[in-house]
Ligand binder design. Sequence first.
Ligand SMILES: C[S@@+](CC[C@H](N)C(=O)[O-])C[C@H]1O[C@@H](n2cnc3c(N)ncnc32)[C@H](O)[C@@H]1O
Length: 286
Amino acid sequence: MSLVQAYDPVLLISEEGKRYLVFVEPGGSWYTNRGRLPYDEIIGLPFGRVSETHLGQKFLILRPTTSDLIQYMKRATQIIYPKDAARLVFELDLMDGKRIIEAGTGSGGLTLAFARAVMPTGRVFSYELRSEHQQVARRNLERLGLLPYVDLKLRDIADGFDETDVDAVFLDARDAAKFIPLAEAALAESGMFAALQPTVNQVSEVVRALEEGNFVEIRVEEVLIRSWKPVPERLRPADRMIAHTGFLIFARKLDARFRSFWLDKRARRRAMEFGKIKNLPSIQGR
Ligand SMILES: C[S@@+](CC[C@H](N)C(=O)[O-])C[C@H]1O[C@@H](n2cnc3c(N)ncnc32)[C@H](O)[C@@H]1O
């Protein structure tokens, strides 16, 4: 049985389904217009129990998931949506021991997902321009015990990254295209690159910059999740969905000596699509 420990993050869900994230500090209380809930009454309870405010309002106590933490932690900026964060962790191939550069830190939503993926022996190097954003991220990460796995750096990434030979670089900053050469310099051979950009013109610029650099396997994706109302006798999609968050661009750094292999292959495929060639010539160097 999993018990609520002092300082744990706890998800409180009201009877109407409203969700709140709190950190249960001994001696403290959660104050709401539904009454006061002393944290000492929650600490020691098994997750999954119900607790009541002094006004008799009931709240379900759950252990928050990574997705809950991203959505309900304190924000100073637009944050990554869990659907995009999950895709990034998977496609950047993050696991224990990996080293990843991220910019900008923002509120630390994605940083927390990355840190959870690469801990305990990996590391996230997270760059941020604005100190007020970094402070919010620092507090969020500290409360989750994730600071030992993250280096928070206050810096315009235009001034470059300190690290080299990293396994992955992720950019969530305006004008990401400008920083592709810096990302390439920091990445290990065959390292993974990703960026999130909100508009298609920004995506075009990033793709162009990747093509000009030593990157292959360039992909552009959008993650759409359509929720359904889980009512067995009237099962149907929910009325609303989050239609657009951003485009995800993925690529992989390749040693310049082998890039021609990739270009040859693409050029050949394009030529075939347009009916210019019927039979494939053999690929040089394959
Ligand atoms: C959309 S927010 C990132 C949100 C973050 N992924 C999260 O989930 O909380 C973008 C952040 O990038 C920072 N930023 C923008 N340009 C930057 C640059 N050139 N160098 C460092 N940080 C930058 C902004 O200050 C902002 O905090």
